[in-house]
Design a protein around this ligand. Structure first.
Ligand code: DUC
Ligand code: ZN
Ligand code: ZN
Length: 472
C-alpha cells in the first residue's frame, strides 16, 4: 500500500498513550500506525517532535455582534488562521441569536460569514437569547437534528440573560432532543447592583470590572444552573469557570451523581485581577467575564484540571482590538468599565500556555494535555472519533510539536485580527511547528500553507455526555 503522506519518526501522544511509530495518511485520514509503512508521496520527518491530535478549541467567538459601535477583531479567516498557527485543527464558534431573530436565519447568516473563509474545520454552537415558543418548539429541535447539537445560555448580559423559567425551558428542549447546554453562570442582577454602586462611588476604572463580578456572583449562578439542571434532569457544561467556589459547586454536584461538566481557560491560570489595574486604559486588555481572580484561584483551576472537574480547557477567544475606536478603547468604554467590550483573544496561545505551564512544570501529563485540549472536546461535542485523536480511521488532523522550543509570547508572533495579546511576555517552552488538517499542511515551519476555504463545516452527532440520568 502506498500512502499520500507518512509522518516518520515522531512520538505520538493520545489521551491515553504515548508511543513511537509512523503515521500513514491516505485521503485525509489516518490509514495506518506502525513501523516500516512503505512508500508515500511525501515523507514528513518528525524525529524529535511530538505528534499530537490537532487542538480543538470548543469555545471561541468569531464575528459576533457585540453592541453599538463595537466590532470583533476577527472574521472567520483571521480567527481560523490564528487557530492553525496555534496548533488547532478545529474550532467551535457560536452562532448567536439576538432577541426576535429566527434561529434558523442566524445559523444561515453565520454559515455565510464562514463559508469559504476557514483555514481549519469549524462547527457552530448556538446561543439562545430568545426563548420564545416558536424558537424552542420548532426551530431548536430541528437544528439539533441538523447537527447543531449544543447551545449556550447566559445568566447575565442585557438582551442575553435568560430568566430561570427560560433556562428551565431551554434545558427541557435539550433533554428532549439530546443536546448539550453550556451555561455562562453569573448573576445578572448582582452585577447590575454592584456596577451601579461602583459607578455612583466614582469607581469607573477598568480595575473595578473584577469588583463588579466577585466570586459569589459566579458561585451563586453556578449553583442555580446546576439546581435547574437537576430539576430537569439534564447534563450541562459550566463554561469558563474561574475559581474554587464555583468549581466546588460542580464537584459537589458530581458527588451527588449529577452529570455536570466544567471548562476553564488560560486567563484563569496565568492572569489575575491585578492585570486589569494597568495605567490609563491598559487594564482593558484583560477585561473578560468571569474576570481573572487571584493566585489562589489559579491554583484551584489547576486542581480542577488535575482532578477532572474540568474536562475542557478552551480559550474563550473573544477578540477585540485594543487601540481602536471599535474595540477596547471605544469612546464609551473610556467612561466606565461597564462599557469595555468583554473578552480577550487567546485561540493561538491556548496550547503553548497549557503545555508549558502544565506538562512542562509537571502539573499534568502529556496525555492529560491531549485530553484537555483535543480529545475531550471531540467527545463532549459529538465529534469523536472522527476528530480529537490519532487512530486509524480518524481525520488526519495533527499538530507537530517541538516540546523544547522556547518562545516568549508576543503580539508580533500572532496571526489573528487583534493588535495585542493579553499573554505578552509570558515565556513558554513547547510550540507547534506544523499543523495538518485532514492530511494537508495548513502551517509548516511557521509559514501558512493552507488556504481560506480548506477548513470545512462539520455537522455534529449528539454528545454521548448529554444523556440524562433518567431520574425523572
Ligand atoms: N462570555 C464568554 O463566553 N466569552 C466572552 C465574554 C463572555 O461573557
Ligand atoms: Zn460566557
Ligand atoms: Zn465565551
Amino acid at each position: 500500500m502506498s500512502f499520500d503522506t507518512i509522518i516518520r519518526g515522531g512520538t505520538i501522544a493520545t489521551a491515553s498513550d504515548t508511543f513511537s511509530c509512523d503515521v500513514g495518511i491516505s485521503k485525509g485520514r489516518i490509514a495506518a500506525l506502525g513501523d516500516n509503512l512503505g512508500a508515500a508521496a511525501e515523507i514528513v520527518d518528525a524525529a524529535g517532535l511530538l505528534v499530537l491530535p490537532g487542538g480543538i478549541d470548543s469555545h471561541v467567538h468569531i464575528a459576533q455582534p457585540s453592541g453599538p459601535g463595537i466590532v470583533m477583531a476577527d472574521d472567520f479567516a483571521s480567527a481560523t488562521r490564528s487557530a492553525a498557527f496555534g496548533g488547532n485543527t478545529m474550532v467551535l464558534p457560536f452562532a448567536m441569536q439576538q432577541k426576535g431573530e429566527s434561529l434558523r436565519q442566524v445559523v444561515k447568516d453565520y454559515h455565510a460569514k464562514a463559508d469559504g473563509q476557514c483555514y481549519v474545520d469549524v462547527s457552530f454552537h448556538l446561543i439562545i437569547a430568545d426563548a420564545s415558543d416558536p424558537v424552542l418548539g420548532q426551530e431548536l429541535p430541528a437544528l439539533v437534528n441538523d447537527g447543531y447539537t449544543s447551545f449556550k445560555v447566559f445568566m447575565t448580559y442585557e438582551g442575553l440573560a435568560l430568566s430561570d423559567m427560560e433556562m428551565l425551558k431551554v434545558m427541557s428542549v435539550a433533554r428532549e432532543t439530546g443536546a448539550l447546554v453550556m451555561v455562562h453562570a453569573e448573576n445578572y442582577d448582582a452585577i447590575r447592583f454592584l456596577t451601579d454602586r461602583l459607578e455612583q462611588a466614582g469607581k469607573t476604572q477598568t480595575k473595578y470590572h473584577g469588583a463588579s463580578r466577585p466570586i459569589a456572583v459566579e458561585r451563586e449562578a453556578t449553583h442555580r444552573a446546576i439546581s435547574l439542571a437537576e430539576i430537569v434532569d439534564v447534563p450541562i457544561m459550566i463554561v469558563h469557570v474561574s475559581n474554587r467556589e464555583a468549581m466546588e459547586e460542580i464537584a459537589r454536584a458530581r458527588r451527588r451523581g449529577l452529570k455536570i461538566y466544567g471548562e476553564t481557560c488560560p486567563q484563569y491560570l496565568v492572569l489575575t485581577e491585578k492585570d486589569m489595574d494597568g495605567l490609563n486604559m491598559e487594564g482593558a486588555k484583560y477585561v473578560c467575564s468571569p474576570p481573572p481572580r487571584d493566585e489562589a484561584s489559579q491554583q484551584a483551576c489547576w486542581e480542577g484540571l488535575q482532578q477532572g472537574i474540568f474536562s475542557l480547557f478552551s480559550s474563550d477567544h473573544c477578540p477585540f482590538r485594543y487601540d481602536h475606536p471599535h474595540g477596547k478603547l471605544a469612546p464609551k468604554g473610556r467612561t466606565s468599565f461597564r462599557w469595555v467590550p468583554n473578552g480577550i483573544p487567546g485561540v493561538e496561545t491556548r496550547l503553548p500556555i497549557l503545555f508549558s505551564e502544565g506538562v512542562g512544570k509537571g502539573r499534568i501529563s502529556l496525555n492529560e494535555f491531549v485530553a484537555l485540549t483535543a480529545t475531550n472536546h471531540a467527545r463532549t461535542y459529538g465529534l469523536y472519533p472522527k476528530k480529537g485523536t490519532i487512530a486509524v480511521g480518524s481525520d488526519a488532523d495533527i499538530a507537530l510539536w517541538d516540546a523544547r522550543r522556547e518562545v516568549t509570547i508576543s503580539q508580533s508572533l500572532m496571526h489573528g485580527g487583534t493588535d495585542y495579546t493579553p499573554y505578552e511576555g509570558i515565556k513558554v517552552t513547547g510550540w507547534p511547528v506544523a499543523t495538518m488538517l485532514r492530511g494537508k499542511f495548513v502551517v509548516r515551519d511557521g509559514k501558512l500553507e493552507g488556504r481560506a476555504g480548506d477548513g470545512a463545516y462539520v455537522p455534529r452527532e449528539k454528545s454521548p455526555l448529554a444523556t440524562p440520568r433518567g431520574a425523572n
